[in-house]
Design a protein around this ligand. Sequence first.
Ligand code: AHG
Ligand code: MN
Ligand code: MN
Length: 337
Amino acid sequence: MIGVETLDEFVIRKQTEFPYARGDLSRLLRDIGLAAKIVNREVNKAGLVDILGSTGKTNVQGEEVKKLDVFANRRFIAALELGGQCRGVASEENKDFITFRDGVSKDADYVVALDPLDGSSNIDVNVSVGTIFSIYRRVTPSEGPVTAEDFLQKGRNQAAAGYIIYGSSTMLVYTTGYGVNGFTLDPSIGEFCLSHPDMKIPKTGKTYSVNQGNFLSFPEGVKQFIRHCKEIDKATDRPYSLRYIGSMVADIHRNLITGGIFLYPATTDAPNGKLRLLYECNPMSFIVEQAGGRATDGSRHIQDIEPRELHQRTPIFIGSELLVLKLEEFLREGAGS
Ligand code: AHG
Ligand code: MN
Ligand code: MN
């Protein structure tokens, strides 16, 4: 382990680079790291303990709630409440936001938007899932309770964003606006260790990630882009590769490393797209753009979209800059047709 830097050590070292930092965000990031380790333990035991399958309930999104959704939601909310740096949480699994009223959090400056378990449909089939978090400084007076206004901030205002991917290894990737760093959990010491410093997404790539089953209901420009991906590229004598895991975190994490584009367009069933602005699209966009990529809804940067409600959805095209720009070009042409 000599020479390996843990998440806690990294966060503290980075904090010293900001003389005015009081360490609150550092402590909040470490609280999230703790919850991630606890959820990771259950994800790794899924199949051996009664954590698989559905709760038989549906959430505010009308989606089936899996037991691990509930477990992860409870663990992250508890870690945030007990950590004392967070004043409230807006979670995919809760219709309204939660305010922490007790003494520990009474002066906390931050609020968190959370997708406690991303890719729920993959839990029971042992495919990578994740957690996504987005951190804002609250904008309402600190002596009062948080309000919706504290959560309905543009993605540009995020103080930090990150995800955990529970895959062949468990990684935590985050940004505070000064680059993207990835940490891999070393189970032998129970610490996230810096493994991917200063992550940068390749400017282009040959991978596209989309649920092609929705093809017929995609906007014309998206159909044209997908047809373009399937053509033989003269330079490589090959078409693009379609890679789609069905967990946003896993698909975007792969493309962050190899280059590629992830698309979740508007469809007939989901005219505003399926993915949620506050706790999926904004945090993933902050990370990918900090790594040199691009994330838009086809015309606007995701992080410039004005949120109107907690569970607001948006189409999203995110990944290597040149691929997203190419997609946008097809959308403009398609709009004309
Ligand atoms: P969640 O499990 O948090 O609801 O998120 C699932 C999302 C996202 O992870 C993934 O990219 C997308 O749903 C897949 O949707 P389709 O199955 O419609 O392709
Ligand atoms: Mn999700
Ligand atoms: Mn989820």
